[in-house]
Write a protein that binds this ligand. Structure first.
Ligand code: CDP
Ligand code: MG
Length: 720
């Protein structure tokens, strides 16, 4: 079947190899550390079922694997596949995708240790702007789903791989969903490619159906029998108004009265988590002040996606030791976003405190608005969260919501594809060769309107022509791992003589926020920020931070003294380097000219070429987005010192209010010149924005054709 022959006794062979003295992949003797880890690995449920796993794997091209969080799907299955594929002997690789960057990097590190290799050699990872692989050597690669999608854009058959594992498919991220559709096609063209879809939740029927060979058959399912322990679920009796306060007092209550075992608390985001950790620590100190023997030692460990791998490793630390022999047991409290729901296993958890909420982002394509809000989780999430308590022994889950509230939760979370901006996806699909993104074989189809809106935006940006085909500009934009708006600004920037500056700005916008504002140092941080601020706009200030940092020899002390994140700057540097090599490869000239306000104008005009659809106009005291006419507020973090009539913004977020963030003043003349078809103001409804643009137009010189002189042409690229 599919060109594979069922080899007898693969499981036995692999077991012998694992217990042997030489690493079968490089014939080197195993280290002592290897044996230590092997003992733990053998305890994982997937081990007991190796024979069945290999049996199904050798007989099928596509299989679905389901197993409880912590059963060994992410760390073990790719290794088992390597033993069968022996990919390096054929010059191929095995890849395993992860929805989150942090999962890809940390699990690659873990698996490199498990296989007794150095990370970045035989086992590596690839995430945006950070590639830890060695061509020719790496045969097992962990990567984000977004990176694999990117690879599919230049190699639609993914010919470098022998097996692809789409891990955490239950999370239904946008990239994983698109990959499922693409790979369904690739497996038909490439009978030698194997595909494994793994999920931590039991509702795999949809995947089985989608990957069935015809509409009546189901793709085979491999179930890893987890050893889970019962979890007692306890709801609050009365609805809580402040879930963080309730969560903190619940953690302290558990620490005082419940038996030994670590706690996992689910909250929603970085700031809230850091604050909760502080308050829990303070609570423990207060208890100890009253009575030094009141409670055992406690450590609080935050867990969220933007932590670096090293910080994230802390969740694997053992709980703190007793203060003295016979003293009370120590306890570890992990305070996490929903990242600990399925993708990261924290061992030793006996108590789960579930706030019942998570931060969810929903994109509304009609008004092009992304809203980020703290919302009730789904029943499926609640069940996953409770399950975290029963991994090592029977546990308890304290839900900070009533049973009635629980009954009102949605059954499942909405898949990412139904609540995301689809512009990058449509660009990727067209690049891969999907002529009509509406007709793509989606596992859950987005609303046609969402796809049309995305195509329309790409058309305005000049990436797609009126037939929906890629333009030369679009082809280059698609090569850059950036949102289309940023890609457009970068591709056209040589026309404005400022591609080095735009490159730095784009890099700074691609990393976590650089501005630090510690709660106890707000005034100092704000002063430092003011001294780095350029009045013309936040984009220019970001450029200034980057340039100043480079001028100060990238000194971490400089960053520290100026309240900017050294880590973000280092990441921006890495992004800049990778984008620069792509610019060279695709003939986008690296130019920089002059200093001062002339340069600033050119930078802002180049940005306008990408962000002309993200523009707000001041009317009276308020700002309104152009065309959609939504009232928006400039985010307090913004550094503009006056209130310019026209601004462009990098993000629109609907939190407590509709905020625009990272805002820069622009000249309306640029809008008319660089985005003629979007600013065809004669067809606009009457209003202040239209009148203002008409006044601007009347002051401009026009060409004989009546059209405005246009600066940006397709030939901005390809001349290097
Ligand atoms: O993917 P799944 O949830 O099925 O499990 P996994 O991520 O493969 O984890 C299996 C075991 O490996 C867990 O019980 C963790 O204790 C351990 N592990 C670890 O010690 N360090 C890591 N960085 C990742 C996993
Ligand atoms: Mg996993």
């Amino acid at each position: 079947m599919f060109g594979f022959s069922a080899r007898m006794g693969t499981a036995e062979r692999v077991e012998t190899a694992l217990d042997g003295t030489l690493n079968p992949f490089n014939k080197q003797p195993y280290s002592k550390q290897y044996r230590g880890i092997l003992r733990n690995r053998k305890e994982l449920p997937v081990y007991a079922q190796m024979t069945g796993f290999y049996d199904m794997l050798t007989r099928n091209q596509i299989m679905i694997v389901v197993g409880e969080t912590g059963s060994g799907k992410t760390t073990q299955i790719p290794q088992l596949v390597c033993h069968l594929d022996v990919p390096h002997s054929r010059g191929k690789m095995v890849a395993c995708t992860q929805p989150r960057r942090i999962a890809a990097t940390s699990v690659a590190k873990r698996v490199a240790d498990e296989m007794d290799f150095t990370l970045g050699k035989e086992v590596g990872y690839s995430v945006r702007f950070d590639d830890m692989t060695e061509p020719g050597t790496t045969f097992l690669k962990y990567m984000t789903d977004g990176m694999l999608l990117r690879e599919a854009m230049s190699d639609p058959d993914l010919s470098r791989y022998s097996t692809l594992i789409l891990d955490e498919a239950h999370e239904r991220t946008l990239a994983t969903d698109i990959l499922m559709g693409l790979l369904k096609g690739v497996t038909k063209r490439r009978p030698d490619l194997r595909l494994i879809i793994t999920s931590a939740t039991l509702d795999t029927h949809k995947f089985q159906q989608y990957f069935g060979t015809d509409e009546y058959s189901l793709a085979p399912l491999f179930v890893i029998q987890g050893r889970t322990h019962p979890v007692e679920v306890i709801h609050v009796q009365e609805q809580k108004t402040d879930y963080t306060a309730a969560a903190i007092s619940e953690v302290l209550r558990i620490h005082r009265v419940e038996g030994e075992g670590d706690i996992l608390l689910f909250l929603t985001g970085q700031e809230e988590i850091e604050r909760a950790c502080k308050r829990i620590k303070k609570g423990v100190q207060d208890l100890l002040k009253q009575n030094p023997n009141a409670v055992g030692p406690l450590v609080c460990i935050p867990l969220y996606a933007s932590l670096d791998a090293e910080q994230q490793e802390r969740i694997f630390d053992p709980p703190p030791p007793r203060r003295n022999t016979g003293g009370l047991a120590g306890r570890k409290v992990v305070v996490s976003t929903n990242i600990a729901e399925t993708s990261t296993t924290v061992d030793g958890i006996v108590y789960v405190v579930d706030s019942g909420v998570s931060k969810q982002s929903i994109y509304n394509p009609r008004i092009r608005i992304q809203s980020l809000s703290v919302s009730p989780i789904s029943k499926a999430s609640a069940k996953q969260r409770a399950g975290r308590a029963g991994r090592t022994k029977p546990g308890k889950c304290f839900r900070l919501y009533t049973e009635k509230e629980f009954n009102a939760f949605e059954g499942q979370d909405l898949p990412g594809i139904l609540r995301s901006n689809l512009e990058s996806t449509v660009l990727a699909l067209v690049k891969i060769g999907t002529k009509d993104p509406v007709r793509f074989d989606y596992i859950d189809s987005p609303a046609p309107e969402a796809l049309l809106r995305a195509s329309e935006t790409l058309n305005y940006l000049g990436a797609l022509d009126n037939d929906g085909d890629l333009t030369i500009l679009g082809r280059t934009m698609a090569e850059l791992p950036l949102d289309p708006q940023l890609a457009k600004a970068l591709v056209v920037s040589p026309e404005f003589g400022c591609s080095k500056e735009i490159l730095a700005i784009v890099s700074m916008l691609s990393v976590p926020n650089v501005w630090l504002r510690p709660t106890d140092k707000r005034i100092e941080a704000d002063e430092a920020r003011a001294s780095l601020t350029i009045p013309g706009g936040d984009h220019l200030s970001l450029l200034n931070v980057y340039d100043s940092w480079v001028q100060n020899s990238r000194d971490p002390n400089w960053s520290w003294n100026n309240y900017v994140s050294q880590r973000s700057l280092l990441e921006a540097e890495q992004a800049r380097r990778q984008l620069e090599s792509l610019m060279i490869r695709f003939g986008i000239k690296l130019v920089s000219a002059g200093k001062g306000s002339g340069l600033h104008d050119r930078v802002r005009e180049a940005l306008t070429c990408g962000f002309f659809m993200q523009v707000a106009h001041k009317e009276g005291r308020a700002y309104f987005t152009v065309k959609d006419n939504h009232e928006v507020f400039i985010h307090p973090s913004c550094g503009l010192d006056d209130r310019p009539e026209w601004v462009l913004y990098n993000e629109f977020v609907l939190t407590s209010r509709p905020f625009i963030r990272t805002v820069t003043a622009i000249d309306p003349e640029w809008l008319l010149r660089e985005a003629e078809s979007y600013y065809d103001i004669d067809s606009w409804n009457d209003g202040e924005a239209k009148y203002s643009l008409m006044r601007t137009r009347n002051t401009l010189p026009t060409q004989r054709s009546g059209r405005l002189p246009k600066r940006v042409k397709d030939n901005a690229i390809g001349e290097a």
